[in-house]
Design a protein around this ligand. Structure first.
Ligand code: FAD
Length: 389
């Protein structure tokens, strides 16, 4: 195998999982991250069984077992009445999928990925490097960063999220499209809420095109809240901005006291909101010596909680392709062949999931066949064992 350095743009969950897999496979890696300091937002993150199998490949299950919560049930309920519409039993996740469904603090998980990558290859993550321009150069790429530095990359991985520079320069000039959905997020100390909210379960309340999701994290010490509303336009500059809890609370006027208690607990707290954007699915994730992964390749709406999970799958399969192939270009070609149909399916189904959640009367969900990650086969995928195409 040739020993070209793999240059990764972006130290989000996708870029770091790829970095960890690659350094463990013996590759030299450099990760360039625009943020001056590494970190993630304070929010909960669901890691579904398909991604947990990938974390097994990365030897991270000891950490996940020690630090995560595990939902035993997942309930969908009516927002006005709290009536149960769908209940999914997750107690048998290990028997069903050979893997656990985890829920974890996003910043904790990210920090652990950073720690493990740095342990394997100290100094390989460089912060304060925002890629602002790139061009093909003989045998690779010339990268220009806004701190004035330039770097030549042999093999390039664009893990730089929704507004990927790598994608824009080398793959597609499509622009992220606002989907009319806004996500609101907060974390509330469990001891400030009734004990009911700290049960090992997740709840989704639905009504009138809005929904509110909750589950405990940090061993039931924090209650994660993420809620979705709709609006015609998104005028904020950034994709995540500080939000006014009073404006958030007003969206859920008249909801049942169970979601309402949680929603009102955001009063006076720090909250964020995100505009949710979509991009056209790509037919190819690679081009000779460059590949995209995670949100740079396949941003998706969060209805199945698969954005980070699929970026973990990407990182693991990419590393396996490098182990399997004779050289880096062959590895990237294998990565594309192995991943492209899978990510297109998840992206399409995730985006369709919103129709069902928000366009139907919630009561119809009781009578319709359940269409979710289980019925779509999303959880059955094992990135650590899937046949490399
Ligand atoms: P990102 O996390 O966006 O990371 C990209 C990195 O690249 C960032 O660190 C960024 O600073 C850096 N970067 C960007 N541009 C440049 C540049 N020019 N130069 C250098 N660095 C750059 N997924 C789940 O699996 N489970 C969930 O429960 C879940 N919940 C979600 C809830 C909401 C409300 C939302 C909006 C998303 C949710 N997701 C969830 C999706 C998930 O957050 C993303 O899909 C995932 O974080 C993508 O990871 P990534 O590494 O590809 O991209």
């Amino acid at each position: 195998m040739t020993e070209e350095t793999v240059t990764i743009i972006g130290a989000g969950i996708g870029g770091l999982c790829a970095a960890l897999g690659l350094v463990r496979a013996g590759r030299q890696v450099e990760v360039y991250e625009q943020a001056p300091v590494l970190g993630e937002v304070g929010a909960g993150l669901s890691i579904s069984p398909n991604a947990s199998l990938g974390l097994g490949y990365l030897d991270m299950l000891d950490y996940m077992e020690a630090e995560s919560d595990k939902p035993l049930w997942q309930y969908t309920r009516h927002g006005l009445t709290h009536e149960e519409l769908v209940a999914i039993d997750r107690r048998n996740a290990v028997e069903q999928y050979d893997a656990t469904y985890y829920q974890i603090h996003r910043a904790d998980f990210h920090a652990e990925l950073v720690r493990r990558v740095e342990l394997e290859q100290p100094g390989c993550i460089k912060t304060g490097y925002r890629l602002k321009q790139l061009s093909r150069a003989p045998g690779g790429f010339g990268l220009q960063f806004d701190n004035g530095e330039t770097v030549v990359a042999d093999i390039l991985i664009g893990a730089d999220g929704l507004r990927s520079e790598v994608r824009g320069a080398l793959f597609s000039d499509d622009q992220p499209q606002f989907t009319n959905y806004v996500a609101w997020r907060a974390l509330i100390p469990a001891n400030e809420l009734p004990a009911w909210y700290a049960q090992p379960a997740s709840h989704v309340w639905l009504h009138a095109g809005k929904n509110c999701v909750t589950y405990p994290i940090r061993k039931q010490k924090l209650i994660n809240l993420v809620a979705f509303t709709q609006t015609e336009d998104w005028v904020e500059e950034g994709w995540a901005v500080e939000a006014d809890p009073e404006e958030f609370i007003a969206h859920f006027e008249g909801w049942h006291e169970k979601p309402r208690t949680l929603i009102e607990a955001t009063r006076g707290r720090k909250m964020n909101r995100w505009g949710l954007f979509a991009r056209t699915p790509l037919d190819c994730l690679t081009d000779d010596n460059v590949a995209l992964l995670g949100d740079a390749a396949h941003p998706m709406l969060p209805w199945f909680g698969q954005g980070a999970s699929s970026s973990i799958e990407d990182g693991v399969v990419l590393a396996r392709c490098f182990e399997e192939a004779g050289d880096a270009r062959a590895a990237l070609a294998l990565y594309n062949k192995t991943r492209v149909d899978r990510v297109k399916t998840i992206q399409r189904e995730s985006n369709l999931g919103g129709e069902r959640l928000h366009k139907l009367d919630p009561y119809t969900l009781r009578d319709l066949p359940v269409k979710n990650e289980d019925s779509l086969g999303i959880f059955k995928y094992n990135p650590a064992q899937v046949e490399i195409a």
